[in-house]
Write a protein that binds this ligand. Structure first.
Ligand code: SAM
Length: 275
């Protein structure tokens, strides 16, 4: 407790599987805080017990975030140091916390990161795909039509894409990616990072989609997709595909024109014309 001055909000990363990834500095920040704001207190309690952290917990998740933020900001202003954690990995990365961090900044409260595990960065670091520039896409829309629409928008992205997906949608997602970006696009499916059954499946979207559809084991656990950006060769195919499509479109229905243009140029049909 800081008498007469506001407390500090620490944003603390927790492991995505392997408990050895909780840093000594994270343990210290969690022990020193007056309160830990956790996405799910029942989920985090065993982790905190394992590290001998006895700090009281309070819940802050997407359903109570507004009310929880007001109460946490009041505590910070009264001098309490608060640590924010999520169920796994780095808070705010496809996890709650944005409203709290923003409100703290607006209130002039110091916000400090205690960095650590993040599935997106862990996946990118081992995928072996260009990592100098990348885009974190997070979760794609759950509904098929919206997901396919989003993938059409992303098909021209030149930077490596990092995508989170839940195990029960991974087969559909891989099939949609293959259809939107083409079967030859380089990609990796990283599953169960830092855990016992960690795997890296590659090397193209076509291969990944096929394997995920035929092998139920590849649909288990948590996963990240890392997909190469559109390369120069793909660029040339796409330009040719669009040129041929425009020519054929003058004579044929869109679907037929796209089918032929894709066969002639090698560009993915769904990029030339959905659905
Ligand atoms: N905040 C977390 C982070 O820093 O990575 C992500 C939270 S998000 C709700 C959960 C998603 O992260 C999962 O659906 C999966 O896509 C990915 N993920 C989390 N842990 C993972 C792991 N050990 N291996 C692979 N993907 C993981």
């Amino acid at each position: 407790m800081n008498i007469g001055k506001p407390g500090i909000l620490s944003v603390v990363a927790t492991p995505i599987g392997n408990l050895g990834d909780l840093s000594p500095r994270a343990v210290e920040a969690l022990r020193a805080a007056s309160v830990i704001a956790a996405e799910d207190t029942r989920h985090s309690r065993p982790l905190l017990q394992h590290f001998g952290v006895a700090t009281p917990l309070t819940a802050m998740h997407e359903h109570n975030e507004r009310a929880a933020v007001a109460s946490l900001i009041a505590k910070l202003q009264a001098g309490a140091d608060i640590a924010l954690i999520s169920d796994a990995g780095t808070p705010l990365v496809s996890d709650p916390g944005f409203r709290l961090v923003r409100a703290a900044r607006e209130a002039g409260i110091d916000v400090v990161p205690v960095p650590g595990a993040c599935a997106a960065i862990a996946a990118l670091s081992v995928a072996g795909l260009p990592s100098d520039r990348f885009v974190f896409e997070g979760f794609l829309p759950a509904k098929a039509a919206a997901r396919r629409e989003r993938l059409r928008e992303l098909a021209d992205e030149a930077r490596t894409l990092v995508i989170y997906e839940s195990s029960h949608r991974i087969a559909e997602c891989c099939a949609d990616l293959r259809d939107a970006f083409g079967a030859e696009r380089e990609a990796r499916l990283l599953r169960e990072l830092t855990k016992l059954h960690e795997t890296c499946l590659g090397a193209t979207l076509g291969e990944i989609a096929k394997r995920v559809a035929s092998d139920p084991e590849q649909r288990l656990g948590e996963c990240v997709l890392v997909v190469a950006g559109r390369g120069e060769e793909a660029d040339a195919k796409l330009a040719e595909g669009r040129r041929v499509y425009a020519l054929l479109r003058a004579e044929l229905a869109p679907a037929q024109a796209a089918k032929l243009a894709a066969a002639i140029s090698g560009a993915p049909r769904k990029v030339l014309y959905g659905p």
